[in-house]
Design a protein around this ligand. Structure first.
Ligand code: TYD
Length: 213
């Protein structure tokens, strides 16, 4: 039986990690075999690429190079880790995936959307998540939350950039309402209830029921 592929997306400081951790714990308690991943990263190649992209050594980079590095990390993770895990029937939760490149490098940096889509498809071998949760947040709020510690290269972009990224995620959700579910900002428990509701159809197809408490 093929597993379930769930991705979390959203602006910086949207509280993704908290919801990812909670979901993983709830799925494990329900008896699922869960694999939690993040992008960029998740493989030795991906973690090195992450350091190039988000570490302090490269202040500037062309949007083209930036996107291809994100795509390289994604290819390594998707083809060598995600696809085999799904084959083995596992539930894979990925903290960011292809939609982040469409939102950040496409809508945010202004790279042609069709090119980003085509390279995403190449990098993932055409694998598409069963469900994608977009945690929506106003950039002014999210960036303040995200930059409490040292801000990385993308977090340091101006608010207008993050507004374009947000609009990008919302456009992606509007174009693919079956796959992509937008969850508005709220307290952690309200967001969690919305996440469980959004995931219920794909999880129940895999025979998994979660309590939203
Ligand atoms: P990370 O520290 O993982 O932050 P977050 O908790 O917000 O996910 O940093 C990932 C950063 O990389 C984040 O600013 C979004 C950006 N990013 C892209 O621009 N394109 C991509 O394809 C991906 C996966 C991430």
């Amino acid at each position: 039986m093929r597993g379930v592929f769930i991705t979390f997306e959203g602006g910086d400081g949207s509280g993704k990690s908290t919801q990812v951790r909670r979901l993983a714990a709830a799925l494990e308690a329900a008896g699922a075999d869960v694999l939690v991943l993040r992008e960029p990263g998740g493989t030795p190649v991906g973690e090195s690429v992450r350091e190039i992209l988000l570490g302090p050594s490269h202040e500037t980079m062309t949007p083209e190079a930036e996107f291809l590095l994100f795509a390289a990390s994604r290819a390594e993770l998707t083809l060598s880790v995600i696809a085999p895990a799904l084959e083995a029937g596992r539930v894979v939760i990925d903290d960011r995936h292809a939609d982040s490149s469409l939102a950040y490098q496409g809508y945010g940096r202004g790279l042609p959307l069709e090119t980003v889509r085509a390279i995403n498809a190449f990098a993932t071998g055409g694998l598409v998540p069963d469900c994608t949760i977009v945690l929506d947040i106003e950039p002014a709020v999210g960036i303040a939350a995200a930059t409490g510690t040292a801000a990385d290269r993308l977090e340091r972009e101006d608010i207008a950039f993050h507004e374009r990224v947000r609009a990008g995620f919302l456009a992606i959700a509007e174009a693919e309402p079956e796959r992509v579910k937008v969850v508005p900002r709220g307290d952690v428990d309200t967001v969690w209830r919305d996440v469980v509701t959004a995931l219920a159809p794909v999880l129940s197809r895999a025979g998994i029921e979660l309590e939203s408490r």
